[in-house]
Write a protein that binds this ligand. Structure first.
Ligand SMILES: [Zn+2]
Length: 348
């Protein structure tokens, strides 16, 4: 079969098309998919560029968000059938440890994100445990199905498990045109929050208004702190969702209300943060980290997910690329010149 591989760490030129052996017949409890589409995440850039602490055996097949059609099922598989369109929970887990048995699979010590710790979906086939695959919500294309798992799961977990949103809460979503950003806007709206979103261009701001943000701030042209003050009558936001890290942290904390929670799922602009602990304790604030979500979150998400207009949550595909155009897809993601997800069609 054909697969796209990261052949060395570096720029987009290290992504190469390769012929690799077909996936074997699925064993007991396993499912083989014909991959239809895969979405990119910022994680794909880390895997391609490489960073200390991330050991990727090269060459490596990336791709965390996988949507496709069941091709073969192993002995004992009951939840899906051959020919069914499915979407994958984007990480492997042991299923037996205390965290897994408690339903907290994203705390499993053997948690392995597809396309980071385990081979991903940018190949014509992938073999997955049955417990990872779920029927694609009705009305979604394979591209739309690939566009939501990791980003929407991450934002769902942050806003429903790490922060318990209340109707009327003011939520600031930084870099809201990104995958997790768009997802956070939708999830916050679903729970009745008031959403202030930031983006770096007029076109993105317009798109975010159409996607449900109550107000949008162009952070390149406007004073975010002043806008937050006006949006919250001087109180600050109950929740700040921020995956950028270094560039935005100080401003994000300044926008946080007394008793508020800063929740992070990434550090795309830099991992080192500094703050004045006196502000944190005097204002009863919390800084919370979060990675992806558990299988229960994924099932909740699937119940809410549908095509735009039908689902309370809906995938936002910003750009689509052919399988062999993965390098161009990476460049699009790096340009940040889009709203929503970059999707790669694997099946022609
Ligand atoms: Zn486990």
């Amino acid at each position: 079969m054909r697969a796209m591989q990261v052949t060395a760490h570096g720029g987009a030129e290290v992504l190469r098309l390769a012929q690799v052996p077909d996936c074997p017949e699925p064993g007991p409890g396993m499912v083989r998919l014909t991959v239809g589409a895969v979405a990119l995440n910022h994680l794909d850039l880390w895997v391609r560029r490489g960073h200390p602490g991330l050991k990727v055996p090269l060459p490596f097949v990336p791709g965390s968000d996988v949507c496709g059609v069941v091709d073969r099922v192993g002995e004992g598989v009951q939840r899906v059938v051959v020919g069914e369109r499915v979407v994958a929970y984007p990480a492997l887990f042991c299923g037996q440890c205390a965290a897994c048995l408690a339903g907290r699979q994203n705390h499993c010590r053997h948690f392995a994100i597809l396309g980071e710790h385990a081979p991903g979906g940018l190949a014509e086939q992938i073999l997955l445990p049955e417990r990872n695959v779920f029927p694609l919500p009705q009305g979604l294309s394979l591209e739309e199905g690939a566009a939501f798992p990791l980003a929407w799961l991450t934002s769902w977990h942050m806003l429903t498990q790490k922060v318990r949103l209340k109707p009327g809460d003011a939520v600031l979503v930084q870099a809201a045109a990104s995958g997790t950003g768009v997802a956070a806007v939708q999830v916050a709206r679903l729970f009745g929050a008031r959403v202030l979103a930031t983006a770096g261009s007029a076109a993105k701001c317009e798109a975010l208004c159409a996607l449900g943000a109550h107000e949008v701030v162009n952070y390149k042209e406007e004073d975010l702190r002043a806008r937050v003050k006006a949006f919250t009558h001087g109180e600050g936001c109950a929740v700040v969702v921020d995956h950028l890290g270094a560039d935005t942290f100080t401003t994000s904390m300044a926008c946080l209300a007394r008793g508020g929670t800063y929740v992070t799922c990434g550090g795309t602009t830099g991992p080192q943060l500094s703050f004045d602990v006196r502000h944190l304790f005097i204002k009863h604030q919390r800084i919370v980290g979060s990675t992806m979500g558990d299988v229960g979150d994924f099932q909740s998400l699937l119940r809410q997910m549908g095509p735009p207009g039908a689902g309370a949550l809906f995938p936002v595909v910003g750009a689509t690329f052919a399988f062999t155009q993965l390098a161009a897809a990476h460049e699009m993601l790096e340009s940040r010149n889009l709203v929503g997800k970059v999707v790669v069609r694997v099946a022609d």
